[in-house]
Structure formats: structure tokens, C-alpha cells
Write a protein of this length. Structure first.
Length: 289
């Protein structure tokens, strides 16, 4: 694997800095494009950087072409604009599957994010065409507003990072929040399937949107993702359901499907509901999640 062949690595400007005895070190500059509405790095940025660093480590250190199978993540501190560093350490290898621990630190050396990434041997499926048409666009004023949220769907999720990778809130189905994203050349992996970082970013954004149905905003504490198969047929559809909405910790479940309806990944998220949704709204407007 070369970072130049990973579209998301190029999009986020992640670069290889050093090879160690047990993995790789990558660096990146968190800039305005990578921020969420709270003006800190979107959780999807840190997650994607960790996955890319783990896969690069397997390629450079183990000489193995891999894909992400499962990831457990913990958010320890806010990641602010500036230089960040991701270091990977090999903790398991059976000759086929391997597991890396990745740790992201900020410019001051503070540990902000930790991850356990399990990789499996990548399949040899052919890459889909790179010129797949876009299918999701912002709703125009002629689209009626949802009576529960006063939003028109699809709605581009707020924040520069979601605009960069084009994450949409596409609607509500009962108590399920539905998100979507097209598979764009810059948000796919080297084989042309949806990048695991894209899938996670849509899930993580959807958890934030789902918490808005309870009038809350929050920050992700931890997550666990399992990837079953590559998502080649777009657009991506992510369904988010609340399992429990506590005062200190809320729990959510996410299911990602490809355009054929096949489940490609599932996740569990814990969120700290830190405030009222009205705090995020421009001029106190309704329902903007």
C-alpha cells in the first residue's frame, strides 16, 4: 500500500513520517476542512487516519495487502487544528489476520484518540468504474419540511468535514435516522469500494443527528465497528437507532447498507449528551442537526 493510492489519505493529506520496528507513524494537519460544528476535528477524521495508518503498517512492515475487518475506538480528548501524529503498534499477527493499536497525539503530545484495528487479507474483486454518477443532492425549497424536525431531506450534514466527504441526512423512518453518502472517487479506497473511514464517518454523523431527535447534542466517547463486505454499489445508506438515551451516556446502533440493500457494516456507539440541540442552531432555528 502506498498512501498515494489511497484516495482518502490524499483527501485528508495524511503522510507517512517514519517506520518503526512495530509499525508506522503518520502525520497530518488538522485544518478548517476537517472540523465538526463544534470546531474540533470530526471523529471520522481521527478514525480514518487510524485505519489508514494500520493498513499502511501491514503493507510496509508485514508486506501484506489488507482490508479493515473490525475497529474499536476511544475518544480521549478533543483534537484541535494543528499537526497530529498517529503511531501504530502491532499487537497480533497469525499470518493472515493482524491487529494494530493506533494512537493519535496532538502537537503538544497529548493522547487524543486510541484505536484497535483488525485487518484481514484483502479480496481481489475488480474495481468498479470511477465515474459513478452522484445520486444525493440537497433538497430544494419545493420539498415539504418534515413535521418533526422542520428539515427538508436530503440535507447536507453541518460542518466542514461532512461537506468535504458529502454526508447527508436523508430522512426519518419512525425512530430510525437515515443517512446517505455517494461513493465518490475521493472517498473510496484503492479498490474503488467505500473507504472504511467514509462508512464510519456517516455512522458517526448519524449518531449525532439521531441524538438531535432527543433535543441533545453530544460527543462520541467510544465505538465498535464490524465490516462484513466491501460496499461497491452506491449510494451508501446508514440506519441509526437509539438503544438507550441516558443523561450521562447514550447508546446507539448503526447499520450500513450498499445500494443493493446488503449489510456492509454495523456499529455500536456511546455518546455523551453534552448540551441542548438549540446551542448548535444558527439564531436558535429549529431542528438543524
Amino acid at each position: 500500500m502506498d498512501l498515494n493510492t489511497d484516495p482518502m489519505a490524499r483527501l485528508l493529506r495524511i503522510t507517512a513520517a517514519e517506520q518503526t520496528a512495530v509499525g508506522m507513524i503518520t502525520t497530518a494537519q488538522v485544518n478548517a476542512q476537517h472540523l465538526n460544528p463544534y470546531r474540533i476535528a470530526h471523529g471520522g477524521f481521527a478514525y480514518t487516519m487510524g485505519c489508514i495508518t494500520a493498513a499502511l503498517s501491514a503493507a510496509r512492515c508485514l508486506r501484506r495487502n489488507t482490508e479493515v475487518a473490525a475497529v474499536s475506538s476511544q475518544y480521549l480528548s478533543a483534537l484541535h487544528p494543528g499537526t497530529v501524529r498517529c503511531e501504530s503498534i502491532l499487537i497480533y499477527d497469525n499470518g493472515s489476520d493482524c491487529t494494530y493499536q493506533t494512537r493519535i497525539t496532538d502537537a503538544s503530545g497529548r493522547l487524543c484518540f486510541s484505536q484497535t484495528v483488525t485487518l484481514r487479507s484483502a479480496g481481489g474483486s475488480p474495481a468498479p468504474p470511477a465515474d459513478r454518477p452522484r445520486t444525493i443532492f440537497p433538497a430544494g425549497p419545493e420539498v415539504p419540511k418534515d413535521p418533526r424536525t422542520q428539515l427538508r431531506y436530503p440535507m447536507l450534514s453541518p460542518g466542514p468535514y461532512c461537506e468535504l466527504i458529502q454526508v447527508y441526512l436523508t430522512g426519518l423512518e419512525g425512530d430510525t435516522t437515515v443517512m446517505g453518502a455517494d461513493l465518490l472517487p475521493q472517498t473510496c479506497d484503492a479498490s474503488g469500494a467505500a473507504h472504511p473511514g467514509l462508512i464510519y464517518s456517516v455512522c458517526d454523523t448519524g449518531v449525532g443527528a439521531a441524538s438531535g431527535l432527543f433535543g441533545k447534542i453530544g460527543v462520541t466517547i467510544s465505538s465498535a465497528m464490524t465490516y462484513f463486505r466491501p460496499a461497491v454499489a452506491g449510494p451508501l445508506r446508514v440506519e441509526v437507532s437509539a438503544l438507550r438515551m441516558g443523561h450521562i451516556v447514550a447508546y446507539f446502533e448503526t447499520t450500513a447498507r450498499d445500494a443493493d440493500g446488503a449489510i456492509v457494516a454495523q456499529g455500536r456507539f456511546s455518546l455523551h449528551p453534552k448540551g441542548n440541540i438549540i446551542d448548535l442552531l444558527p439564531q436558535g432555528g429549529p431542528g438543524h442537526v
